[in-house]
Write a protein that binds this ligand. Structure first.
Ligand SMILES: [Zn+2]
Ligand SMILES: [Zn+2]
Length: 213
């Protein structure tokens, strides 16, 4: 699997492009800004975009998706518990103080825990990890985890927004993500990459070497 990272949008969200080398089928995750650069990369790689996926429904992860839809005609996928957030994009922008008048994407489809998206023979598995938002989800692709705003390098996503819950994010990380193999690379929604093994030890909230001190 080819994985490319594109920091973009109003607050530096990581968008990801996944391309299966054999079938050339591709998926994008969290297009939170200008789609042009990702689109160029898809063309250059002679890939076919198959899925527009979202780790959750916050504005900074979906802002560019109307443009992706206009270019491709594809639906947007989000966990069923975050569909309302995608539909409420204009209200979200207002609440966060942006005057940007972007319309929400149309044709919103939902997924649930354990749904699988296929790129050729490769699988994108959904892990529902509520806490940052009710529908926050991670995508596991082989040894790569796309963690959205649930797990960051040495940190976790905020839980003080509407629908957030510290108890839920704690459960999602400890009972689901920390049960994954140590050598899994973690691609978060903001900032730099990490691994499950590093976070199990050094995460500022749940790392075993941090909370013992
Ligand atoms: Zn978020
Ligand atoms: Zn975010």
């Amino acid at each position: 699997m080819i994985i490319k990272t594109f920091p973009m949008g109003l607050i530096g969200t990581n968008a990801y492009l996944l391309i299966d080398e054999i079938s050339k089928e591709a998926a994008v995750i969290d297009i939170g800004g200008d789609f042009a650069e990702v689109s160029e990369e898809i063309e250059k790689s002679k890939a076919n975009l198959k899925y527009i996926l979202n780790t959750h429904g916050h504005f900074d992860h979906i802002l560019g998706e109307k443009d992706v839809q206009e270019a491709t005609g594809l639906p947007v996928y989000v966990h069923e518990a975050d569909k309302y957030l995608v539909e409420n994009l204009p209200e979200q922008l207002k609440r966060f103080g942006f005057v940007n008048n972007v319309l929400p994407p149309e044709n919103i489809k939902t997924f649930t825990e354990k749904d699988i998206f296929k790129l050729g023979n490769e699988e994108i598995k959904v892990i529902h990890t509520p806490g940052h938002t009710p529908g926050s989800s991670c995508f596991l692709v082989g040894k790569n985890l796309f963690s959205g705003d649930t797990l960051f390098h040495a940190s976790i996503g905020r839980t003080d927004f509407e629908g957030g819950s510290f108890a839920q994010i704690s459960n999602s990380i400890k009972e689901k993500l920390f049960k994954l193999d140590d050598d899994i690379d973690v691609y978060p929604g903001h900032d730099s990459k990490t691994t499950i093994g590093y976070e199990k030890q050094y995460n500022c909230y749940f790392g075993s070497k941090i909370i013992q001190q």
